[in-house]
Design a protein around this ligand. Structure first.
Ligand code: NG6
Ligand code: CA
Length: 514
């Protein structure tokens, strides 16, 4: 059990928080000073995709508005270079690479976080917060793959891992089922048109992207990626589904739905402490933003989706201002992994990218061991508590769990979040050094001590032709001096065997059982 002093008490010095069990809710009063926390996780937004990160080709004034009142991190890292393992680690404080079953989840995957695991949401619940998850989920639902009752109660679900309220898509925009699941029930489902989902075989009579390209009125799949199966609202997806016609989402309304539900959650809980996990669908594929944004960025649908993401951030900030709770709300804005341009749809994002560099000065992108795979934007705002500015501290999303536990004065259950450490001083801008080292997983595994980055040898592809991304896999050890070679151009492993050996040893030690 973690018995550290709640930093919140020290920093606020006002409200006395008493311990409470997960099953017992606090009576909360209006003068309660516990800060709300919004954890806003963008999808596939790269290091160079937001204005505060300096690329002149992109304009995200609302994210800039947040950055102006917050702390911008330039050396922050996700645990993995794809969504499911990244989010798993973020919410559990457990390295996803310790488990074999945390790869990119299908839309009918079982819930990857087990109900008995303590999550970040559980910490908030323990402290009497209202908790909610809105938007992209991609962590599986129900006990095992394929056992979801899409026409009834889909359980276990978010409510079993700490979220009182949920409004989520099961997986991703490009995976069936393309429906909203609110509090573990599909929204707007007509019982006479039940949903069936399969990732094995198509349903007889249902048109597919590959057999009925004439039905693809909104987006066509890129060749060879595989998004040519079930057609939902003019876009073909990965996986097969039948039925649920009244419940199917329209891609151009996804951001509106997510934003509305997020703002409503905030409004409902404006007078009590709340924790909102908000996963935007932007800017994951298929990118088909609302017409308010389509064609507005000048760099194709990917750029338009960035504008839509920015709009979501602005809506949230406006709501907090309107409700008078902006000063008492911590916002943590980050991304689940690095950027990709063509991730499966012919949306002209490659052709119209122009001079924009989604990866900034970094090498690689989503799926990559190189820095662009996992070095992500991170902005933390907490008016009057976090001094606006920049931080070069080395931080990892793995530490959010223990840091938030410390902030809240919540108990970490025996054995929970074994990889998470308290990094609150770094996250609040008091410590500018951060972690001694971080570990990241893509095709291979890497460790970085802030200056030196070692990528373990692996048999994976060095380059993915489909996405045009350098994956950073190599059969020999790689060592990069990020201080002088942020772009990872020169493998200096042969020149520095002692550094390679030191990092290998550290990695080996971490890779023991936990
Ligand atoms: C990949 C998909 C990609 C995307 C990704 C998950 C192919 C060829 N590509 O497997 O389109 O869906 O999975 O992205 O199938 S993530 O950000 O949710 O991890
Ligand atoms: Ca992602």
């Amino acid at each position: 059990m973690n018995t550290s002093t709640p930093l919140l008490l020290a920093s606020l010095g006002t409200t006395v928080l008493t311990g409470c069990s997960a099953s017992k809710q606090h009576a909360v009063t209006n003068d309660d000073q516990r800060p709300n926390v919004i954890l806003l996780v963008a999808d596939d937004i790269g290091y160079g995709d937001l204005s505060p990160y300096g690329e002149p080709t992109v304009r995200t004034p609302q994210v800039q508005r947040l950055a102006d009142r917050g702390l911008r991190f330039t050396n922050a890292h996700a645990v993995a270079s794809t969504s499911t393992p990244s989010r798993y680690s973020l919410l559990t404080g457990h390295y996803s690479w310790r488990r074999p079953d945390t790869g990119v989840a299908a839309g009918n995957a079982g819930m990857i976080i087990r109900p008995e695991q303590q999550t970040v949401a559980d910490l908030f619940k323990q402290r009497g917060y209202a908790t909610g998850a809105v938007g992209k989920w991609h962590l599986g639902l129900a006990d095992k793959t394929g056992t979801q009752d899409w026409n009834g109660h889909i359980t276990p679900g978010p409510s079993d891992i700490g979220f009182d309220y949920s409004y989520i898509m099961a997986a991703t925009g490009d995976r069936v089922p393309c429906v909203w699941v609110e509090n573990e029930h599909v929204v707007d489902l007509d019982p006479s048109d039940p949903i069936a989902v399969s990732y094995r075989a198509p349903f007889e009579g249902e048109p597919l992207g590959k057999t009925h390209p004439e039905l693809l009125t909104k987006l066509r799949p890129s060749p060879n990626h595989g998004h040519d199966q079930a057609i939902v609202n003019g876009i073909s997806r990965i996986g097969y589904m039948r039925g649920g016609r009244s419940a199917l989402w329209h891609d151009e309304n996804i951001a509106d739905s997510i934003t509305t539900k997020a703002v409503q959650f905030v409004e409902r809980h404006a007078h009590e402490p709340f924790f909102l996990y908000l996963g935007t669908n932007d800017i994951h594929v298929p990118r088909y933003p609302h017409e308010r944004f389509r064609g507005k960025s000048g760099m194709g649908l990917r750029g338009d989706a960035i504008l839509q993401f920015d709009w979501t951030v602005g809506n949230l900030l406006d709501a907090l201002d309107r409700l008078g709770i902006a000063d008492n709300t911590i916002i943590i804005l980050t991304s689940d992994n690095g950027p990709v341009v063509d991730d499966g749809y012919a949306d002209l994002s490659v052709e119209q990218l122009g001079d924009h560099r989604p990866w900034g000065d970094l090498r690689g992108g989503k799926y990559s061991n190189f820095e662009a795979g996992t070095r992500i934007p991170l902005i933390i705002s907490w008016p009057h508590h976090v001094k606006p500015g920049n931080s070069k501290a080395l931080v990892s999303q793995i530490d959010l769990f223990a840091s938030l536990a410390t902030l809240l004065g919540a108990d970490i259950a025996e054995g929970a979040a074994p990889d998470s450490r308290n990094a609150l001083p770094s996250l609040l801008g008091k410590d500018r050094h951060g972690r001694d080292y971080i570990i990241e997983k893509a095709g291979s595994i890497s460790i970085c001590d802030g200056r030196w980055k070692y990528i373990a040898p692996s048999k994976g592809l060095a380059y993915n032709k489909l996405t045009d991304i350098e994956l950073g896999n190599a059969p020999e050890p790689q060592l990069y001096d990020l201080k002088h070679d942020l772009g990872e151009q020169h493998n200096v492993a042969a020149q520095h065997p002692e550094i390679v050996a030191r990092l290998q040893e550290m990695l080996q030690e971490e890779m023991g059982d936990r």
